[in-house]
Design a protein around this ligand. Sequence first.
Ligand SMILES: NC(=O)c1ccc[n+]([C@@H]2O[C@H](COP(=O)([O-])OP(=O)(O)OC[C@H]3O[C@@H](n4cnc5c(N)ncnc54)[C@H](O)[C@@H]3O)[C@@H](O)[C@H]2O)c1
Length: 329
Amino acid sequence: MKAVIITGVAGLLGSRLAKWIIENRPDFQVIGIDNLSGGYEDHIDSRVTFYKADLATDDLDRIFSSHPIEYVYHFSAYAAEGLSPFIRKYNYTNNVVATANVINACITHDVKRIVFTSSMAVYGEGVPPFDEKDLPKPVDPYGIAKYACEMDIQVAGEQHGLDWCIIRPHNVYGAHQNIWDRYRNVLGIWIYQKLNNQPITIYGDGSQKRSFSFIDDCLLPLWNAAEAPQASKQIINLGSKKEYSILDAAGILQQIVGGASISFLDKRHEVHVAYSTHEKSETLLGYKDITDLSTGLTDMWEWAKKQPKRNQFVWPKYELEKGLYNFWK
Ligand SMILES: NC(=O)c1ccc[n+]([C@@H]2O[C@H](COP(=O)([O-])OP(=O)(O)OC[C@H]3O[C@@H](n4cnc5c(N)ncnc54)[C@H](O)[C@@H]3O)[C@@H](O)[C@H]2O)c1
């Protein structure tokens, strides 16, 4: 049987796409790789052939040579954008070095296409809506790492004939998101806080704008990113068409969870207004913006209430303490 590899298979996109492929494309075997640093083994469908491995350090040949791989979804990353300046080395090792290993394996094993999830973070302080044609200008190590990976994949395409599709998702959320990491995923952080009787936190005044994308709406487009001929060698924004201020998003959450007090924290170094164009995702990937924030967040809240109680992840030691925000000390 043909096979597809998903790196980061224990995470939100990886675990959910794995299940989608198993249910919708039974002609493919799903091979998953994850080191479980930011995802959970119980999120991986039992029908996935799972390898616990670290992409930055482990030998990938044994995995790639054991299966007839057609497509590789390279989802693994540590996507803590705001924290990335304080864990620079970790960020580049986990996001860039790991990607170099995956690219090497894709070239060596004649993979038909790699789908790489970059990020809206590559646009930095651009002028929204961010368009794929804009010149990236990331403002933090996470965005720089994603942009470096994008460029390296394109060079591998030119020099070694590796086919690729680069997806720049924005603020994807839903069941299987890591809600136990205090450094990333604002909706997940709020849900964890509510479940643990804490006020929900907002950096600055909450006037920042983001558009939140429900995972279920992204799954068919992600599949098309690998299979559709027109997605070959394309960079495509992916996610919801409607943007919200963080304060408005908090208001929607308050309604769903039956109220929550808000604690305003110091402003962070972050892009203030970030949302993207969506025409390419509609034309090339068949994206449809079906689920509004209130509906998607209700679904995620219902899932979250059934989750085991886990401790929130805290970095034992940052690489850099200078300039670290008080709320992370
Ligand atoms: N969710 C979003 O809002 C969003 C937005 C833009 C881009 N992205 C990108 O999409 C991808 C998937 O995002 P997600 O939300 O599913 O993230 P996630 O954190 O839920 O999943 C990432 C998975 O990668 C694994 N991983 C990390 N480092 C690894 C390593 N060195 N070796 C093996 N496994 C490793 C983690 O254990 C985790 O299970 C990421 O590349 C992320 O940067 C996500």
